[in-house]
Design a protein around this ligand. Structure first.
Ligand code: ATP
Length: 517
């Protein structure tokens, strides 16, 4: 199946099974804003819990914070967002569609990368076992020609970004004949800068009201509180502050479903270190974060680091963790070494000292910061994209049918186990309810007695429930049930008394958290 088709199906699946709805759908929706339904909210909460626990519980020098969305407007002046939180935009004169110039160029680079990947997989099939990918890439003329194009565009692109050269950004688009996907023409306007922050007013009277912003990142709430936390928590450097919260950006091009939203959620860690130690911690957090992603079992080959072309004005090192989405490798998380930029700026604008006294060095300094910043929604999308599977199965009458299932990691699945009485009579529902009542305090369960058992299994497969148990006549005699495993569809009989342990082992976060240390 083509990857675009997979993506379309995934979006439809998200709506059909209560994962994600378009916001204000009855009014035809609001562009790039989404609501999470009954299944989505569970999956999202599980992602957030796994992140928070891995950061705060596993690292004794990391603590949490929940700062407000509204902040004093000077915060955003100091952080550089008022002057520089811009994206370069360009319009196609024919279709009147607006694009980010940098994204058009990145998409072009990706086309060449896809060409290389295709050559590699063709050759892999041809040569089989003896295939040496590195050698092939360094000698095949078509791969080399595509790689040369990528390097050429990269060099120009990063120079244009670093020099803020909007004319050259446009020139790259012209020179490489990038066309508008809608109109197919190359009739472009000039590139302009567009500030992404939403603003509103605080205060009740027109005269007394002042302009404030909806935060475009959660990080600044951490910076302005860093001394409060350090002093009241008696924290010693190095230490970190972790926060999960909403962020808002007036994205120019809102597309790809929940990948790019105008209201989204971030999970950020700001880790405060001694100046000079930042590279060591940058590497530490890169490793830790990659391990966290891979621990979920979505396939190590689907993750990669991508170092930044252009370093943000505040950073001295930056990389992204990318995941192979149905539309290519895309950023899910950013890891940045932010130097002392933010704290020094806040110190200057507020006039308050934001220095830390280091008792070991017996001196004061403004700490350096290493940040890890991941979007909850992008993480959610990457998990769903990796989990969405279509299987061909044979039903009880020997007919082939397609089974749609979500191979979600058990610890993230919205429902851990479905309890299904085989019949709606003969004491089976009562027995099934008894099981639910004994396990519901520890696990998210679903009771379902409607429709044939086959249909009920399919419904659970579609929402990614890892285990279904069926209560039948034998259950009443010997207190055993059949347990069915989502991915293999295998079934076995187990004692009701063992269910708690089975679930505990497979769905509790404890084992996964242990694998990180
Ligand atoms: P992009 O280049 O894709 O716009 P970014 O580099 O601006 O992203 P950061 O500012 O580093 O993103 O934000 C950290 C994380 O927040 C990103 O890795 C992403 O997961 C998430 N994020 C950023 N913008 C959005 C958005 N508009 N919608 C959903 N998630 C977002």
């Amino acid at each position: 199946m083509a990857q675009e088709d997979v993506f379309k199906k995934l979006v439809a699946h998200c709506k059909e099974y209560g994962f994600v709805f378009q916001s204000s759908e009855i009014y035809d929706g609001l562009s790039a804003v989404y609501d999470y339904g009954q299944m989505g909210v569970e999956l999202k909460n599980n992602i957030k819990k796994y992140w928070y626990d891995s950061m705060v519980k596993l690292n004794e020098n990391v603590v949490g914070l929940d700062s407000a969305i509204f902040m004093h407007p000077t915060t955003w002046k100091a952080s550089g967002h008022v002057d520089a939180f811009n994206d370069p935009l360009i319009d196609n004169k024919e279709s009147k569609k607006r694009y980010r110039a940098d994204v058009l160029i990145e998409d072009l680079i990706q086309k060449f990368e896809v060409k290389i990947e295709k050559e590699v997989s063709k050759a892999q099939k041809r040569f089989g076992e003896s295939f040496d990918e590195d050698q092939f890439k360094s000698t095949n003329p078509r791969v080399l020609a595509n790689q040369e194009k990528i390097n050429e565009i990269h060099t120009r692109f990063s120079a244009a970004l670093n020099n803020n050269d909007l004319e050259d950004l446009k020139q790259i688009i012209i020179d490489y004949e990038i066309a508008c996907p809608i109109s197919g023409t190359k009739n472009w306007t000039d590139v302009r800068q567009f500030n992404l922050m939403f603003s509103t007013e605080i205060g009740s009277t027109a005269e007394g009201a002042s302009k404030i912003y909806l935060r475009p990142e959660t990080a600044q709430g951490i910076f302005v509180n860093y001394l409060n936390v350090q002093k009241t928590g008696r924290m010693k450097i190095p230490f970190g502050i972790a926060q999960i919260g909403k962020a808002f950006r007036n994205e120019i091009v809102a597309r790809q479903f929940i990948f790019r939203m105008r209201e989204f959620e971030q999970m950020e860690l700001q880790f405060f270190v001694r100046p000079g130690d930042e590279m060591q911690w940058f590497e530490y957090w890169k490793d830790f974060r990659m391990k966290w992603h891979k621990s979920l079992g979505m396939g190590d080959e689907n993750y990669r680091f991508h170092d930044h072309e252009k370093l943000a004005h505040y950073a001295n090192a930056a990389t992204d963790i990318e995941y192979r989405m149905p539309f290519g490798f895309k950023e899910v998380e950013g890891i940045h070494s932010r130097t002392d930029y933010d704290l020094a700026q806040h110190q200057e604008y507020s006039g308050k000292k934001l220095q830390y006294f280091d008792p070991e060095l017996n001196k004061s300094y403004v700490p350096y910061v290493v940040e890890t910043s991941i979007g909850v929604d992008r993480m959610f999308l990457s998990i769903l994209a990796g989990a969405y599977t279509e299987d061909e199965v044979v039903d009880t009458k020997g007919k082939k049918e397609t089974r749609v299932l979500l191979k979600l990691p058990a610890i993230l699945a919205p429902i851990k186990m479905a309890v299904l009485p085989l019949l709606k009579k003969a004491g089976l529902p009562e027995k099934a309810r008894e099981i639910v009542d004994s396990l519901k305090f520890d696990f998210n369960l679903q009771y379902d007695e409607k429709d044939s058992i086959g249909k009920r299994y399919r419904r659970q497969d579609a929402i990614g429930t890892p285990f279904c148990i069926t209560v039948d006549h034998q259950t009443l005699e010997d207190n055993t049930v059949t347990i069915r495993y989502r991915d293999t569809m295998e079934q076995e009989r187990v004692n009701i008394a063992d269910l708690n342990n089975i679930l505990e082992e497979k769905v509790s976060m404890k084992n996964l958290l242990k694998s990180l240390v």
